[in-house]
Design a protein around this ligand. Structure first.
Ligand SMILES: CC(C)(COP(=O)(O)OP(=O)(O)OC[C@H]1O[C@@H](n2cnc3c(N)ncnc32)[C@H](O)[C@@H]1OP(=O)(O)O)[C@@H](O)C(=O)NCCC(=O)NCCS
Length: 204
């Protein structure tokens, strides 16, 4: 088995129905929130270079797409699916890393976000630097939230006036991450400076 993960292109349009069927099947099994998209929507993601696909030679393995919202202020990674026979092998991790890299390259200033009820995705997102947040910190672009209408839990979102649902919102804020990294670097430099002072003093 050789699973390749890449930015999807026209050669992968043949997988559109399989992708949507796999998403449907998973939504039915979990009885929770994976919103179905039309075949045209998935095809558009593929032709516009905004989708990641995993294949095992000519077989479809997994998928995910990116979408920008709120005038490119936010980018969501959505529609993550790995076919059941390929789960537990780190494929989702590879797909999400590729989607993360693609999002950062195409929308370097955007905050990346996602909604999920799944522990696997929470773990992957956390490893990528995402943090859990309330829905108020996510995009207020109505077109994004309209995408939740095809989820079985949409009534919950409506009842809470679009403020909460079963999904956890997670966000990667590049500005915040850069600030955190700079602070860590400064703390490391300070610690090294102190260590060097004491070793000069005591010759250790
Ligand atoms: C969720 C899904 C994409 C995970 O795919 P996968 O290829 O099996 O995931 P990976 O093997 O890359 O595992 C990633 C991490 O999640 C963990 N994980 C995988 N499946 C898990 C599960 N069912 N419960 C808890 N943790 C899980 C792995 O241990 C790994 O964690 P680690 O990095 O700390 O070791 C896949 O199960 C799926 O397609 N499910 C149905 C659709 C779905 O739920 N999509 C997400 C919508 S937000």
């Amino acid at each position: 088995m050789k699973i390749d993960v890449m930015v999807a292109n026209e050669n992968h349009l043949c997988f559109v129905t399989q992708i949507n069927d796999a998403i449907d099947e998973a939504a039915k099994q979990r009885g929770t929130g994976i919103a179905r998209r039309t075949d045209e929507y998935i095809a558009d993601k593929i032709t516009s270079g905004k989708a990641i696909i995993a294949v095992n030679r000519n077989e479809f393995v997994g998928f995910c797409y990116i979408e920008s919202w709120g005038h490119d202020e936010f980018v969501a990674n959505s529609g993550l699916i790995v076919r059941p026979q390929y789960r537990g092998m780190g494929v989702a991790k590879r797909i999400k890393q590729a989607a993360f890299d693609l999002s950062r390259k195409r929308f370097p200033n955007a905050k990346l976000f996602g909604l999920t009820t799944g522990e696997a995705v929470m773990r992957i997102n956390t490893a990528l630097g995402y943090e859990p947040v309330t829905f108020a910190k996510l995009t207020d672009d109505e077109a994004f939230w309209a995408g939740c209408q095809s989820c079985v839990n949409y009534d919950v979102l409506q009842r809470t006036n679009m403020t909460k649902c079963l999904c956890t919102g997670m966000i990667y804020d590049p500005e915040k991450v850069a600030k955190r990294k700079a602070q860590e670097e400064a703390a490391k430099a300070e610690a090294a400076k102190k260590k060097s002072f004491w070793s000069r003093l005591f010759g250790k």
